[in-house]
Each structure stands twice: as structure tokens, then as C-alpha cells.
Write a protein that binds this ligand. Structure first.
Ligand code: PMP
Length: 447
């Protein structure tokens, strides 16, 4: 291939692709070639003695391009605009530590015990208060606590999708959701977006096309606010229409909203769930508003669906971790959590500003990008003829990493796009990263 550096780590960026060699120093974080193992080359797959045992559904399970990149992108000399790691430095660790110690001292026998698959009741009540900020009125019984909203995505797909069923999702869409859909062998049909989010006319067209093929759409998966990876928000004026189209066609809506409270001007938008409670399953998370490592998220679903979700959750995990749920619950009742969200918003806003001004300043002609009002991501389109995935090893050699666009599509579109995250690096590092990226792109244009 075109990769220039040959010493170091081999990162397999996708099942069908030859390994890409990047970087200079192997690190202990590089999982690919451990002592006594075969190097991760294409041949390694056929050396797997278990190959003929795997269930058919594992064929759709491929390494996320972003995860594969983590090892190289997390080296200190590389500015990583690839990952979506929240910026946690603003958390009050001392008082959290005291709170957690307290929790174990006073309620340890509950906190360290099994709980119900449904989730801790007091947390479910507090989750309803959080959702009220976006206009949702819900009963705590209809909330199911999950291990991050990722588990909710998995559960929802598990209870609705048989192999071959169609799921509609924005194009591009969240890589973790695409992973769940693939794991259950659902077929993803993408629906186009513009700067105002999902395009209602494109949704109608997609539904008509699927119907014409005689296939069954199980649900529309949508991220209305501060989209991952596109960075756009569904215009409020489109929301009723999207809901109406789905209702007309008998299609359930799965609304994934981990970033809704991270609008940079403190603005929130009415959740889809708030106007059509019976046809929307809403997914929420404390990962971006509090702490991702606790892995506490939730699903709010119509009664019957909620029952199925609880059964599915029971068989997956017995119950979500009691300790983590109680940590979140105590945090919400003893800390200024709204103030903390404001602190996060301000940090992310400063980073977004740094990224947008650096893009303005450095990007070569022909590049376009979205301008997010919240969340973590900018979606960048590069001039025709440049393949962002093929370019990635050269970018890493020049010490900048991004997430190439193809990982965000089920159908390998996105080769002229990339996702740039501004959530984690400092504003200075973001500017430097964008400057390096612009240099790499200039080099490609001249090739
Ligand atoms: N949905 C979207 C759109 C996300 O961006 C993420 C995290 N990157 C998740 C779901 C999963 O979040 P978690 O499992 O941490 O709640």
C-alpha cells in the first residue's frame, strides 16, 4: 500500500482490508501482536481453529475502525481527533470519592448486592427528572436502566430484529449502533441528512424503496441532537413530520439522545418522545453529562416494549451494576449536576470554537464541514479524489488522527468524509491537529 512508515504497529482497519502499517514505536497498548501470537495479517483469520464453529451472526461483527485506531492514536505525539472520549477533568473527584466511600459505608450491603433487571427505583425517578428538561413526561416504571445506552441499543435490536429485517438510520450514523444492527443481521438503509438533520423527503423515499422490495422496516434509528458523527441537529420544524411519516408507515422510532443537554448555548430541543410517547423508544445516558466509565444509561419505552426490554436485559446481565447506579443516584441528589453539565458545555464550546476557527484558517479549498451547536463532532468532506481511509496512515505519520467516514456507514460510503472530535484535546492541541491535517490534505491534493 501507500503507507510510508513501516516500523511499529499493524492496525487492521477492517475485515476486508489489508493491514495498514503506521507509526514508529510499538506500545503496550497495541494489542495486535502479543508474544507467542501470530501477527495480525489476513492469513491469521484462516488460522483460527474455531472458524467453522462461529454462529452466522458473527460474520457481521467487525472491528470498529475507531477502536482499531485507538492504540496508535493514543500516543502522546499524535493529536487524536479520532476518539469520542469525554473530557472528565472538570469532575469534582474529591467530593465524588467521599460520596462513594460514604455510599459503601452506609449502604454497602445494598450497593454490592444484585438488584432488579429493571434498575434501581430511586435512580429511575431521577432519570425522569433529567428527561423532563427536554419536555418528556414519563413514569419511572417505563424506564429501564442499562449498561450505557450501548446496551439499550443492543437490547432494542435484539427484541425487534430478525436477520434481514431493515433498520433505517441516518447516513452517516453512530458506529456503535451499526455494530449492534450488524450483530443481529439487520440490514441498514441509510437516510440522507442536511444541515437540518434527517431529510423528511428522503425518509419517505427510503420507506417506499424498502416497501417496493417487499422488505420489512422495524424501526428508524435517529440521533436528533448534535449528531454523532455528523454534528447536525434535526430542525424543530421537521420533528413532527418525521414522527408523522413513521406513524403512517407503522415504523417505530428509536431516539438516541446522549448529547441533548450539551447544547453550547444551553439550548435544549423537544425530544421526539415528548410528542409521540407510544411510538418512540428513547435512549439516554450519563456518559456525556456525568461519567462514561460508570456505564449507566437507560431506555424509556412504551409499557409492552419495556417488559420485553427487561426480559432481554435479564438474560444479558441479570441486572445493571447496583453500585454504579447508586453512585449516579447519589451524585444527582448531592451534587450540582446541572452546574456540572454547564461546565462541560463551556469546555466543549471552547473546543468547538478552536476547531472551527482552525478549519477556517487552514483547510484547503474544496473542503466543507458541519458547524455543530453542541456535542462532540464535526463532519468534514474532502475534495474528490481523496480517500480518507487510505490517507489515514499518512496522517498518523504526520501525528494527527481522525475517524475515516466509511466506518459510519453500513454500505461503505463515506470515503470522502471524516469525523473530527473536539471533545478531548485542549484547544491548542486541536488547532495544532487541524493544522497538521490541513498539511496532509495539501500533500494529497498535490499527489
Ligand atoms: N449513542 C451515541 C450517538 C453515542 O455517541 C454514544 C457514545 N459515543 C452512545 C450511544 C453510547 O453511549 P454509552 O453506552 O456510553 O451510554
Amino acid at each position: 500500500g501507500k503507507a510510508r512508515a513501516t516500523i511499529g504497529t499493524t492496525v487492521t482497519l477492517g475485515r476486508d482490508n489489508p493491514p495498514v502499517t503506521t507509526g514508529s514505536q510499538p506500545t503496550s497498548e497495541c494489542p495486535v501482536t502479543a508474544p507467542g501470537q501470530q501477527p495480525a495479517t489476513q492469513g491469521a483469520r484462516s488460522l483460527d481453529p474455531h472458524l467453522r464453529r462461529y454462529a452466522a451472526r458473527t460474520a457481521g461483527m467487525t472491528a470498529s475502525e475507531i477502536r482499531a485506531l485507538f492504540a496508535v492514536a493514543s500516543r502522546p505525539e499524535v493529536v487524536s481527533l479520532a476518539g469520542g472520549m469525554p473530557y472528565l477533568a472538570a469532575l469534582p473527584l474529591d467530593s465524588l470519592s467521599a460520596e462513594i466511600g460514604n455510599l459503601i459505608a452506609t449502604d454497602g450491603l445494598v450497593a454490592l448486592q444484585y438488584g432488579s433487571a429493571h434498575g434501581v427505583p430511586e435512580l429511575r425517578e431521577q432519570i425522569c427528572e433529567v428527561m423532563a428538561l427536554e419536555g418528556i413526561s414519563a413514569h419511572p416504571d417505563d424506564v429501564v436502566v442499562t449498561v450505557g445506552s450501548q446496551m439499550a441499543l443492543d437490547m432494542v435490536t435484539r427484541i425487534f430484529c430478525d436477520p434481514g429485517d431493515v433498520v433505517l438510520a441516518e447516513g452517516p450514523s453512530y458506529v456503535g449502533a451499526l455494530g449492534s444492527f450488524a450483530a443481529y443481521q439487520a440490514q441498514v438503509v441509510h437516510v440522507a441528512m442536511d444541515d437540518d438533520g434527517l431529510i423528511p423527503a428522503a425518509l419517505r423515499e427510503a420507506l417506499a424503496a424498502v416497501a417496493a422490495r417487499g422488505q420489512r422496516v422495524k424501526f428508524l434509528y435517529t440521533i436528533p441532537n448534535f449528531h454523532n458523527p455528523a454534528g447536525v441537529t434535526l430542525a424543530v420544524s421537521r420533528r413532527a413530520e418525521v414522527l408523522e411519516i413513521c406513524r403512517q408507515h407503522g415504523v417505530l422510532v428509536v431516539e438516541d439522545n446522549p448529547y441533548g443537554l450539551l447544547g453550547f448555548d444551553g439550548q435544549t430541543y423537544p425530544a421526539l418522545r415528548s410528542s409521540d410517547p407510544d411510538n418512540v423508544v428513547y435512549l439516554g445516558s450519563f456518559s456525556k453529562t456525568f461519567a462514561a466509565g460508570l456505564r449507566v444509561g437507560w431506555a424509556l419505552a412504551p409499557h409492552a416494549v419495556r417488559e420485553k426490554l427487561v426480559l432481554a436485559a435479564e438474560s444479558a446481565t441479570l441486572c445493571p451494576p447496583t453500585l454504579n447506579q447508586l453512585v449516579v443516584s447519589r451524585y444527582l441528589s448531592t451534587h450540582d449536576w446541572k452546574g456540572q453539565i454547564k461546565t462541560y458545555r463551556e469546555a466543549y464550546r471552547e473546543r468547538r470554537d478552536a476547531m472551527l476557527s482552525a478549519l477556517e484558517q487552514h483547510m484547503p479549498a474544496g473542503c466543507t464541514w458541519t458547524r455543530p451547536d453542541g456535542g462532540f463532532y464535526v463532519w468534514l468532506t474532502v475534495p474528490e479524489g481523496i480517500d480518507t481511509k487510505a490517507m489515514l496512515p499518512r496522517a498518523v505519520t504526520q501525528r494527527v488522527a481522525y475517524a475515516s467516514g466509511t466506518g459510519f456507514y453500513a454500505d461503505r460510503l463515506g470515503s470522502r468524509q471524516m469525523r473530527l472530535s473536539f471533545c478531548y484535546p485542549t484547544p491548542e492541541r486541536i488547532k495544532e491537529g487541524v493544522r497538521r491535517l490541513a498539511n496532509v490534505l495539501e500533500g494529497e491534493i498535490q499527489l
